[in-house]
Design a protein around this ligand. Structure first.
Ligand code: NAD
Length: 717
């Protein structure tokens, strides 16, 4: 039988071991509890060190267990109660992550020490939850109400030194990281030096933090008011404030019971269920179905970007931010200078705002080498092309790259919609060609569509998915089609928005309905921000091939023809005061809409907001279902990630596909049929979604049967 703990000079060392992050699943709780119980009864043991095996202390609760109706014993509470009742001192020795339940476990110990690089935090808020293992009651008693509330509401992680500064840990174990994160030995030495000292009272026995004795209610009212501005998870934020307040007004046990009741309310809330869906979706997205799991990504030591325009300069910054040297190639001197200036200005703005140190900016600028010469790209491992969106130009660039780059280099394109196999056809290395579709601004937006062409090899895909993560992006694998996943779907959304205007809605009504639904921006304010000329150019290109029998809204074209190109011309769907970005309704636009509707023979009517939301969102869902059918996306949850991270869909609704599932796929399918009867062709129901007609409570997984399995136990890591 495996030993429950090691012994070092009468000190028991209990290691939590449950790879990859030692999340507190029931199986681990049993082992920890047994080890604690044994160590506390062992007459040869004077004290206990609790630490993590591998890279982390403890990544937190097993999130999949939140759905269970009762807490399986031993619960986290039972373990903490046992530690707090111990007459022998217990030290939490933290390296790697101590998150959520992992940090709450540490708060149940008499002492805490951490390595300098440790990460301590309570990120439950990001899942629409609150720390439900006593964190809202113990943390304020340890570090004070303000610091505790800041940690709990932001979900931010503190390193060892910052944790020591606010009193969250008693000491920083400086030498431990040099010793390969081996914390047990320095932790034992640290604890030995405390054995003669009186046992500190457990946090549950400490009085409430005294600093707010008088000004407390004003502080908490202000904190609660601030939570109203938080998007999506106000409910969790409000509960966090209420619980921390309870820690100052109730005795410990009452406060704990209050925290528990608030936690149970949140765990079943639609916001938290949606956010947890996205949490698991991210983990699933890392595994691409059909790609051998044992393929190892190749190292990318040097990269290059071709084209220093809006996207290229942002992409070059992504590499520099990740510490990867990158060449930025432009043929045009002026464009190259403009690109480098854009990069420098973006970094300088971050330095001015205090978000980036000057030394870090200098280092990053030093990693970007501007060049005009293709030969300078001979040794790079990966190139991302971001030149004009024209097949001929892209093919010319790719044949030049193919000629100069080493044969194993990966050549990626940032195209928004072109056929990547056609681009690859001019090279001798089709297996090494792939799409890396960044979103604007590329240095900020987290989403990366990794576009797998028919020619792309599994090895290339595996490497680029890994590169995406190295660049701190969320890479989601998609297939080739016009617009890939995101832009293909968004086209249906904007099409419906245009039809709604003709039928009787105003730009303000549509935008407000979608903002109320939770979208980050209304579609028309967004169009004005991006500029109406970009999609106008696309429509003009497609005009010759557009089927003339299909409905087409002319509103956008007429706006462009009258010089209304959006914010940049002071007018688009809305008008803008000089220097302001605030959209103002414009009667001139109303007249244009009425005229276009009359010309198209459409009788205008009052359209309820609910219909606006249903038509815009279900258009996305129906197209998403077609994308699943085509195999362009492998999972409904991948589509959700794309929409939440690239298109401003509210995370608290879990993405369009998850939202449809919560509304009932059968009901959504019926609604789409109604729209089909009323509005025709564009609403033809996806055959995949029609499968829900005979399956009440159907899930996308039931319809597609292609879901990757969720890892057995996931934590907040
Ligand atoms: P842009 O016009 O700002 O930049 C293109 C740059 O490429 C220009 O600086 C131009 O001088 C340079 N260039 C053109 N031909 C070249 C060549 N042969 N060799 C080297 N440089 C060359 O365009 P952008 O908005 O950065 O878009 C670039 C690509 O990214 C396009 O394929 C576009 O579809 C895609 N994209 C754009 C966005 C967006 O929001 N703008 C989002 C995702 C993807």
């Amino acid at each position: 039988m495996k030993k429950l703990y090691e012994t070092h000079d009468r000190i028991a060392v209990i290691r939590m071991e449950s790879p990859p992050v030692n999340s507190l699943a029931h199986s681990l709780r049993i082992v920890v509890f047994e080890a604690l119980d044994a160590a506390l009864q062992d007459g040869e043991i004077d004290a206990v060190v609790l630490c993590g095996a591998g890279q982390h202390f403890c990544g937190g609760a097993a999130i999949d267990e939140f759905n269970l109706p009762v807490r399986a014993e031993p619960s986290l509470k039972t373990i903490i109660d046992c530690m707090e009742a111990s007459p022998k001192p217990i030290l939490a020795a933290i390296h790697g992550s101590a998150l959520g339940g992992g940090l709450e476990l540490a708060l149940g110990c008499h002492y805490r020490v951490a390595t300098p690089g440790a990460q301590l935090g309570l990120p439950e808020i990001t899942l629409g939850l609150l720390p439900g293992g006593g964190g809202t009651q113990r943390l304020p008693r340890l570090v004070g109400v303000e610091a505790a509330l800041k940690m709990i509401l932001s979900g931010e992680r503190l390193d060892g030194a910052s944790a020591a500064r606010i009193g969250l840990v008693d000491d920083v174990l400086s030498g431990a990281e040099d010793a390969g994160n081996e914390v047990a030995c320095p932790a034992v030495t640290w604890l030995q030096s405390r054995l003669a000292a009186p046992l500190p009272a457990p946090l549950s026995k400490k009085a409430a933090w005294p600093d707010l004795a008088d000004g407390g209610s004003e502080f908490f009212e202000q904190a609660a008011a601030k939570t109203d501005k938080m998007k999506g998870n106000q409910r969790a934020a409000r509960s966090c404030v209420a619980c921390v307040r309870a820690s100052t007004e109730m005795d410990f046990d009452q406060g704990l019971a209050f925290e528990r009741s608030r936690f149970l309310e949140l765990v079943t809330s639609s916001e938290s269920v949606s956010l947890r869906h996205l949490f698991f979706a991210e983990r699933k997205a890392a595994r691409v179905p059909g790609v051998p799991a044992d393929l190892r990504p190749e190292a990318i030591a040097e990269a290059a970007v071709v084209g220093a325009g809006l996207m290229g300069s942002g992409i070059a910054m992504c590499f520099a931010n990740a510490g990867i040297p990158v060449c930025l190639l432009e043929l045009n001197e002026e464009a190259l200078n403009r690109g480098m200036q854009r990069i420098e200005k973006t970094y300088a703005d971050s330095v001015a705002k205090g978000r980036l140190a000057q030394a870090a900016m200098d280092h990053r600028m030093g990693l970007i080498t501007p060049t005009h010469r293709y030969e300078d790209l001979a040794s790079v491992d990966l190139v991302v092309e971001a030149v004009f969106e024209e097949m001929q130009v892209k093919q010319q660039v790719f044949s030049q790259l193919d000629a100069v780059c080493k044969p194993e280099a990966i050549l990626a394109t940032n195209t928004s919609r072109l056929d990547i196999d056609e681009i690859a056809s001019v090279t001798q290395r089709p297996g090494r060609i792939i799409g890396m579709h960044f979103f604007s601004p590329a240095n900020v937006m987290r989403l990366l569509e990794v576009v797998r062409a028919r020619c792309t090899s599994d090895q290339t895909l595996t490497t680029v998915m890994r590169v995406g993560r190295l660049l701190h992006k969320l890479p989601v694998s998609v297939g080739v089609c016009d617009g890939f996943v995101g832009n293909r779907m968004v086209a249906t959304y904007f099409r419906e928005a245009g039809f709604l205007l003709e039928e009787g809605a105003s730009p303000s009504q549509v935008d407000k309905a979608l903002l109320d639904f939770g979208m980050a921006m209304g579609p028309f304010a967004m169009s004005d921000m991006v500029g109406l000329d970009i999609s106008w150019a696309g429509r003009k290109r497609m005009a010759a091939t557009r089927p003339k029998h299909l409905r087409y809204s002319k509103v956008a074209d007429v706006l462009c023809e009258s010089g209304r190109l959006g914010q940049k011309t002071g007018a688009g769907y809305f008008r803008y005061e000089p220097g302001s970005r605030k959209p103002q309704p414009d009667p001139e636009v109303d007249q244009i809409i009425v005229r276009c509707a009359a010309e198209a023979g459409i009788a205008r009517r009052t359209i309820p907001d609910q219909e606006i939301v249903e038509r815009m969102i279900y258009a996305l869902v129906n197209e998403g279902a077609k994308i699943l059918e085509d195999g362009v996306a492998s999972r409904a949850s991948d589509i959700d990630l794309i929409y939440v991270n690239g298109y401003g869909f509210p995370a608290s609704r879990g993405g369009p596909m998850f939202f449809a599932q919560t509304m009932g796929l059968m009901e959504v399918s019926q609604r789409i049929r109604t729209f089909h009867e009323a509005h025709g062709f564009f609403w033809e129901l996806s055959p995949l979604l029609s499968g829900a007609d005979t399956k009440p409570n159907a899930q996308w997984d039931d319809l597609t049967n292609t879901q990757g399995k969720t890892a057995k136990s996931e934590s907040l890591q």
